[in-house]
Design a protein around this ligand. Structure first.
Ligand SMILES: [Zn+2]
Ligand SMILES: [Zn+2]
Length: 864
């Protein structure tokens, strides 16, 4: 296990493209001074913890003997005079034909670790080939540039993806010896056309799998089988030994085991980061509670007029009114969360639909946040911090979890800056995966050259661009895993300079727990990546693809692992395969249609109706939430309203309009138990893992005033229901045990519901998921369990391993859940503990004290 210090690798773009940061001259503000300035914005100190991540000195190693002079000279020409020790070690293992994963921090030079053995082999053997896989086209394009700049004879590197013109494809297949692509293209293009690639595959020496930690959950399970299909074709055309796999991963727990599961091969890990890094001051930031008086709307973001005092930064930093954590709520209409939005979609296309949550009944009920204290939204807080750092001349990147959130942060920061100094707002922009390629490239260029000082991004920027050496990183909401947190923070810090990272807590149980338990961030190892190649919903379709490429044999079944035999028999049963003496044959003319990125479906195009202009795309799963008729859709700060969503054509028609409300979709959900896989009988308490069927439907949306959060109205929607068979973990309690614990029978639904919300919120603590990967339902009597029950399920067909992880670590998970609820400073429940932003039931009913009692009963009976 690595400690967090080495996990938090920061700075020094060694081995990657040498420091784009160097091109920009920004003001240098010591992180301590900057933080001091930022935390003055509130009357109460929002900083709950400051961790100093010390700088690290690099450990260089000599060039391995086998690296030819030409290659050394090429790197020297780009400023790389010697590898770091971890690079040399990983490269050496790969050169000796051992499968290896290098799992080190951002900008630790992982590319050199695979480029060295791959390029040395291409130079030594004029026939050898290399296949490089990146999760995004942008990252492959970056790598292509890096390899092409080395200008090596006869390597002829080329990208082969959806953007590659037809005319060039044949040339690449025949002549390129370093092909860069992505798993989707491998799956849809290269493997089905393997005959045309036979020469390339026969001579394939290395397969590089970059950013392999991205291959998690259902997407990861699919990619695992795509790699097995690749190995199978290599074996059919070429050497028995097959290519050597070199994987690069962000720092993660047990990288060797994860890489082994991904490739199906024994993999050695190199995980000690020996690159140098800048020191980072890492602050945990909890936005202040808003006053309970609803007439006091959330303090506007940076809108005060410039004051005479101090710098521009001081001028745009209007201190919020004095607030204390213990402010007594006064009765009155409920304050609503200013940014409670539709479920944020996970920012990259790997996301499945945001699964719904909450009991099925009563969707669309108004929020009943009666005595709730609400914190200032993390989005507004981050926007203000971004405006402040930009005003101070500090090059800053803000990570925001949702696309919509990134737009809001950029917009608010821009507005605040413009009000302070007209024109200053132009130096802030938003970035997300859904933007078109040209837009993305333009933003990247502007930030590298310093035309832009502030960028609000979804985690799309974790991938695909080589952007390091920023002065400050703001992380709006815990990104779901410590691995991701460190990767985002790793964008901060230029060589030899100190940098600032700030985690701004969102108003939810996990974030609140973390900013008050810094040991859970700084004292814990990073998580292992969860993927499950045995998922029958992945294995069956993948075996169909494999059979369509070439008939399956008994030996192939071994390659595809546990469950393959059963999956093949099911395909025969279903009429998809025919068994003959020589193997299993695909029976249809058309190839099977399989989407690697889950059941989210094809992306939905967002089109401006009047001009036909394509604004961007959204993944199919989130389209019901974000692009329903009437939805307000933001693109680069411009507001649009959706006129129509055509699910058959995969297109939403929008028109520019800026109403003063936002829209929030609601769904209803029901669940039935299909089978129980495993259970723990703990007296009055039962813990179960099994298959369930979940039906959900987006049925309505609310319109809320942007300024106040006031609900204007709720409007019905007519969208089809979606079905999901998945894996759930659930616990039951006997009604008697609840009475014995002092839970009033009338309080049982609220107690279970509150426990469910908080349990979903805390699950990412034990599994590499985020709360949008999972859903839940609670009920006082469920027809299948005949008892008070709380279900938490994977939001992916066939499950993604998250519920299973929760089942395995139930005691630790539910203990943290209980503590998070009990320790929350609110009186009757708030978004920091038991309220859920995606509740289909309007957060009603909820009983905070009842939830603690429910969990006490469970924990008292459940074995540790
Ligand atoms: Zn709920
Ligand atoms: Zn609370």
């Amino acid at each position: 296990m690595q400690d967090v210090t080495s996990a938090a690798s920061v700075s020094a773009g060694r081995g990657r493209e040498p420091g784009p940061a160097a091109a920009h001259t920004a003001t240098t503000v010591a992180p301590g001074d900057l933080l001091r300035r930022l935390r003055q914005r509130h009357a109460t100190d929002p900083v709950t913890h400051v961790e100093r991540v010390p700088p690290r000195t690099g450990v260089p190693a000599p060039w391995p003997q086998w690296v030819p002079e030409q290659l050394r000279a090429a790197y020297a020409g780009r400023g790389v005079t010697a590898p770091w020790r971890h690079q040399a070690e990983a490269a050496g293992l790969a050169y000796d034909r051992q499968h290896v994963v290098v799992a080190t921090g951002t900008a630790s030079g992982k590319s050199l670790a695979y480029q060295l053995p791959a390029l040395a082999t291409l130079l030594a053997d004029p026939r050898a080939t290399v296949l490089y896989l990146a999760p995004t086209k942008a990252l492959a394009a970056d790598q292509l540039r890096a390899v092409a700049e080395l200008d090596l004879d006869d390597v002829r590197p080329a990208c082969y993806d959806g953007d590659t013109p037809r005319a060039e494809r044949e040339w690449i297949r025949r002549h390129s010896r370093f092909v860069l692509t992505n798993p989707d293209m491998l799956h849809h293009g290269i493997l089905p056309g393997h005959a045309q690639w036979s020469g390339f595959l026969r001579r394939l020496a290395y397969v590089v799998v970059d950013e392999c930690h991205v291959y998690r959950g259902v997407f990861g399970s699919h990619v695992a089988h795509v790699l097995r299909r690749l190995r199978r074709q290599c074996a059919r055309y070429g050497r028995a030994a097959g290519p050597t796999f070199v994987l690069a991963s962000a720092t993660s727990g047990d990288p060797a085991a994860t890489a082994g599961r991904l490739t199906g091969l024994p993999v050695v890990a190199v995980a000690e980061d020996t690159s140098p890094r800048a020191g980072v001051t890492f602050a945990l930031w909890e936005p202040p509670l808003l006053p309970p008086d609803p007439s006091a709307s959330p303090s506007p973001s940076v809108t005060s007029a410039p004051s005479a005092a101090g710098s521009v930064a001081a001028a745009v930093t209007a201190p919020a009114p004095r607030r204390t954590r213990d402010a007594r709520p006064s009765p009155g209409p409920p304050p609503t969360r200013p940014d409670a939005g539709p479920p944020p979609t996970r920012p990259d296309a790997a996301a499945a639909a945001a699964p719904p949550s909450g009991p099925p009944e009563d969707a669309g009920a108004p929020p009943t946040a009666d005595l709730t204290q609400v914190r200032r939204s993390a989005l507004r807080e981050t926007a203000d911090l971004l405006a402040d750092t930009v005003a101070a001349g500090v090059r800053t990147l803000a990570f925001v979890r949702s696309r919509r959130g990134a737009e809001v942060v950029a917009n608010n920061a821009r507005r605040g800056l413009d009000e302070a100094v007209p024109g200053l707002g132009d130096r802030v922009a938003a970035y997300r995966a859904g933007y078109l390629r040209e837009e993305r490239r333009e933003l990247e260029r502007a930030l590298l050259h310093g035309d832009l000082l502030g960028l609000a991004s979804t985690n799309a920027l974790e991938l695909g661009v080589d952007l390091v050496g920023l002065d400050a990183v703001l992380i709006c909401g815990y990104p779901g895993t410590r691995a991701s947190l460190w990767q985002q923070a790793g964008r901060a810090g230029r060589s030899g300079q100190e940098a600032l990272a700030v985690l701004v807590a969102r108003d939810d149980p996990l974030d609140t727990y973390l900013v008050h338990h810094p040991e859970a961030i700084f004292g814990a190892p990073v998580e292992a990546t969860v993927l499950d190649p045995a998922n029958a919903y992945v294995l069956g379709p993948q075996l169909a693809c494999a059979a369509a490429e070439a008939p399956l044999t008994e030996a192939d079944l071994e390659l595809f692992g546990a469950g393959a035999k059963e999956a093949v028999e099911a395909l025969v049963e279903a009429g998809a395969l025919r068994q003959r003496p020589t193997g299993w044959y695909w029976r249809h003319r058309e190839r099977p249609e399989v989407d690697l990125r889950g059941e989210g479906g094809a992306p939905v195009c967002v089109v401006e109706a009047a001009t036909g202009r394509l604004l961007g795309t959204a993944d199919g799963g989130s389209s019901h939430f974000l692009l329903h008729p009437g939805a307000v859709y933001l693109h680069q700060g411009v507001s649009y309203v959706v006129d129509a969503l055509d699910l058959d054509d995969g297109c939403a028609l929008v028109r520019p309009e800026e109403p003063d409300w936002s829209t929030h979709a609601r769904d209803v959900t029901s669940l039935s138990v299909v089978s129980v896989r495993s259970y723990v009988d703990a007296g009055p308490v039962g813990l179960f893992l099994g298959e369930v069927d979940v039906t959900s439907q987006v049925v309505s949306y609310q319109r809320r005033r942007i300024a106040t959060g006031e609900v204007i109205d709720t409007r019905p929607l007519d969208l089809p229901a979606r079905e999901l068979r998945t894996v759930a973990v659930w616990f039951t309690l006997s009604p008697e045990s609840l009475v014995g614990a002092g839970v009033d029978p009338a309080d049982v639904p609220g107690a279970l519901h509150a426990a469910e919300h908080a349990a979903i919120g805390l699950l990412p603590l034990v599994a590499t998921c985020d709360r949008w990967d999972i859903g839940g339902i609670s009920t006082a009597v469920h027809p299948d369990t005949e008892a008070p029950t709380v279900f938490v399920y994977d939001g992916h067909s066939g499950g993604a391993g998250f519920a299973e992880r929760a089942y395995g670590m139930a005691a630790a998970w539910l203990r943290a859940t209980r503590d998070a609820i009990e320790e929350c400073g609110c009186e009757a429940g708030c978004p920091s503990c038991v309220q859920s932003p995606k509740c289909g039931n309007g957060n009603n009913p909820l009983s905070k004290s009842g939830a603690v009692r429910v969990l006490d009963v469970v924990l008292a009976n459940l074995p540790e």
